[in-house]
Design a protein around this ligand. Sequence first.
Ligand SMILES: Nc1nc2c(ncn2[C@@H]2O[C@H](COP(=O)(O)OP(=O)(O)OP(=O)(O)O)[C@@H](O)[C@H]2O)c(=O)[nH]1
Ligand SMILES: [Mg+2]
Length: 470
Amino acid sequence: MIKSFVSLSRCISRVSYRFVPRALSTEATDEIFDDKNYDSIAKSVLHGTTTGHDLLVLQPYVKWGPQKKINTKADLELEEATALVSTLASWSVVGQMVVPLESIEKKKVFGKGKLEELKQLVRKNKKINGVFISLKYLTLSQKRELETLFRVPVFDRFTIVIQIFKENAVTKHAKLQVALAELPYIRNLLLSETSNVQLGSGMSPEALRCTLHARETKLKEEMKKCQIYHHTLEKNKQQRKIPLVAVVGYTNAGKTSIIKALTGEKKLQPKNSLFATLDVTLHQGLLPSRLKVLYIDTVGFMSDLPESLLECFVATLDHVAYADAILHICDGSHPDLVRQRDHVFKTLQGLRNLPPNFLDRVVTVRNKCDKPQTDVTFEDDLPVSATNGTRLAFLQKIIESVVMQTTNRKVMVFKVPMGGEEAQWLYKETAVCEAEADPDDSQFIMLKVVISDVQIGKFRSYFVKRRLAG
Ligand SMILES: Nc1nc2c(ncn2[C@@H]2O[C@H](COP(=O)(O)OP(=O)(O)OP(=O)(O)O)[C@@H](O)[C@H]2O)c(=O)[nH]1
Ligand SMILES: [Mg+2]
């Protein structure tokens, strides 16, 4: 009778890896994060505060011409802008509106009539103590002009998103990344316009340039020490040990939830919040054939992010290029699904060091299928739900077929001596799906394994050649 030693049922592993070394993941008490000189400069433009602000959120909307955005609606952009503010603890939205514009290059952003209307609104409503204008950047003169007019701090998308990053960054690596991301913004803002606008910090442009340069050098040095996990990923890839599955997608689509559901890892904390995940973390799971994989949780994407923040994103996404499969999670219940999906694809295609046929390794799924769905379908739709597990077993099969293809793995049956060194080697180095005693000879065992070309080569040189030579 053929006996199956290994069950093929879905196996769940609870091992997680955080390749940010322990010593580097301490709370940021280092002097680099405690630089009063720099803090006062940053505060003068970022208006970061721990006590929060009650904001009027304005979504400028160019009605026509080359600046008009296609594929999106202003009210959905406004919704995203208010969601950004709500993500911040102790910040709130006290009013919100879409403001039609002819162009966004104006000195005070808005036209004269609209500006007067907004000024009255802000000055009269005592609850409003800040205005968020949902554009990538405002220039320093736009900010200063509007702040003089409204008599409250004015924020753009950069200043809000950097605030979220600061709140969510836990490890030193993430904190360094965020600290580096804000430097080009501050430099552009303060040093490109100093002839017209007072710096406010009482510093000369030269002293400011030196302070920013010194900070950047220090941060980059610290960052280098944190690059170890990238090397680990690369090394793993070179040795082709455990296949990597990068999980990417728009922020809040459910990436962390899907990984949690696929690995059963209890420690993972999905959050109904934008940019909840800021650290790249690795989580081990098993595919249906018992092949081990490492899922990489990544920072969520968002459109209309300023370039220096995007660079910080792209750096964390570098390892996506090493991945053997890329799982793209969409939120199928989101009204702006099409724009979000297009944005993720565009960002992925802009990544460095992409392998050829990169798109063949992307598996796109439509998460949250337990919720009412957006009225749009795609040719390759795969509805899943991290919450109730719908089609996750099927998803694992798809991931497996992509991984098998990209890593040149195949399923093979080996007839080897029962309890011998070949069997031990196969159990250690490959994924054994089934083990059966040989019906014709009880001295032997039939092992069905998932094995890569490299491992086949090793098996041959360790056992077959040795035996032939012997
Ligand atoms: N109804 C429903 N909610 C889900 C599902 N998957 C995730 N969510 C919820 O969506 C929210 C975001 O989930 P996360 O897994 O943190 O999303 P993420 O993509 O990792 O988000 P960021 O790390 O912020 O980019 C949480 O409130 C989850 O509980 C699902 O399948 N169904
Ligand atoms: Mg997440």
